[in-house]
Write a protein that binds this ligand. Structure first.
Ligand SMILES: NC(=O)c1ccc[n+]([C@@H]2O[C@H](COP(=O)([O-])OP(=O)(O)OC[C@H]3O[C@@H](n4cnc5c(N)ncnc54)[C@H](O)[C@@H]3O)[C@@H](O)[C@H]2O)c1
Length: 374
């Protein structure tokens, strides 16, 4: 019976390939308003058809903004509807696996926010269920859509770096000691800074350099109380890694880099050193990299070619809006295009699960004060 339901669901989803794609959004808080809605608005023949949020006031705000005809405070009522083709999951982290698996079993394509689960086993189960159901699945590793980061991946894939020696990333934000809501509750969020921010950089390191062999890590909670409420998650994390190809990795991320500001105004730095040269990227400079050739005089600016300014297939005009914000809209466009073109999304649940395995290993390493093999 379950197999029949799955097959029927997949058929329902594929019937909408050439017509309007009806999307349901579960969790209509910050990221849905900032990224998912404007991204979907750029997609042709896509309708935000159903909304779900546990908070009626948040749901109503999104309903007024979108005019979506279906609104519910219960995700179970939304993700199984016959008139929904695809589901975007943007709830607190602990809910992602249950919602994704229910959506997959109902034959819906799924874009799920990162981290996609609280542990790698659940993340892998999500990927397996989505594969079995034959639906498209995508992890919202949004920084893969930064033009300079995509160009860097392209250059590395072309062999421009030679043999990779070192991957280095540093994400420094000033979130102060304010209350972070569900983000400061381990059983809802899983982790703190490592899931919030470092998960993006772990994903980028795996994309750029390849799988890790082993790591040692530390996590610190320097603010056990945030905004008057307990915080049992990490504010700071650092990983020292060895990749299978012999390269080293040093990844650091903090919410407590006072004075560094937040989001795209804060420090987001990635550097890769290889036998042929070095590339350095900072998010503030979305359309350039710093490049130095082995034996050369030092780093110089390398401007990103215009064909990398938007994701392939994106109708977005890179000249419209703040480019440090608008690259994020390409994520929804890639999701929709993958559904229509009947191909895998650029960043699947398997990528989400691989990053999650590194996160799990980092937590284990910090707890046991040992190196952990991957
Ligand atoms: N990809 C990125 O760059 C990026 C950026 C920010 C957040 N995120 C991720 O997006 C997700 C949401 O983050 P946010 O900042 O939007 O948080 P948020 O708190 O602003 O929004 C989450 C929403 O989920 C709702 N919710 C809670 N329980 C629910 C339930 N049972 N059913 C339906 N809705 C429920 C809440 O009421 C809230 O409106 C998290 O997984 C977060 O890690 C990703």
């Amino acid at each position: 019976m379950a197999a029949l339901v799955r097959r029927t669901g997949a058929l329902v989803a594929s019937a909408h390939l050439m017509s309007t794609l009806n999307v349901a959004i579960v969790g209509t808080g910050g990221i849905s308003l900032q990224n998912h809605l404007p991204g979907l608005a750029l997609c042709k023949d896509v309708k935000v058809h159903a909304l779900c949020d546990a908070n009626p006031a948040t749901l109503e705000t999104a309903r007024q903004q979108t005019g979506a005809p279906v609104a519910s405070t219960k995700w179970e009522e939304v993700v199984t509807r016959d008139d929904v083709d695809a589901v975007i999951i943007a709830t607190p982290n602990f809910l992602h696996p249950d919602i994704a698996i229910a959506a997959a079993r109902a034959g819906k394509h799924i874009l799920c926010e990162k981290p996609i689960a609280l542990d790698a086993a659940s993340a892998r189960r999500m990927a397996e269920e989505a594969d079995r159901a034959g639906v498209r699945h995508m992890t919202a590793f949004t920084y893969q859509f930064v033009p300079a980061m995509r160009y860097l991946r392209y250059l590395v894939a072309q062999g421009e770096m030679g043999t990779p020696y070192h991957f280095r990333s540093c994400r420094l934000q000033d979130w102060g000691t304010r209350n972070l809501g569900w983000r400061q509750v381990k059983k809802l969020a899983g982790t703190g800074e490592i899931g919030d921010m470092l998960s993006h950089r772990i994903d980028f390191a795996l994309q750029l350099v390849g799988p890790m062999k082993r790591l040692v890590a530390n996590l610190m909670n320097l603010t056990p109380v945030r905004g008057g409420a307990p915080n049992d998650t990490d504010d700071w994390v650092a990983i020292l890694a060895e990749f299978r190809n012999g390269a080293s990795g040093v990844l650091e991320s903090s919410k407590l880099a006072s004075g560094r500001n937040e989001s795209w105004r804060s420090l987001d730095y990635v550097e890769i050193n290889g036998s042929e040269g070095t590339y350095e990227f900072t998010t503030g400079k979305w359309n350039e990299l710093q490049y130095g050739k082995v034996g050369g005089p030092g780093l110089k600016t390398r401007v990103i070619p215009p064909e990398f300014h938007v994701w392939p297939g994106s109708p977005r005009d890179p000249g419209v809006g703040d480019p440090l914000v608008t690259f994020r809209y390409d994520q929804a466009i890639e999701f929709v295009n993958a559904i229509r073109e009947q191909r895998s999304c650029a960043v699947t649940f398997h990528d989400g699960a691989r990053a999650q395995a590194v996160m799990d290993a980092a937590v284990r390493s910090a707890e046991t004060r040992q190196w952990v093999d991957l």
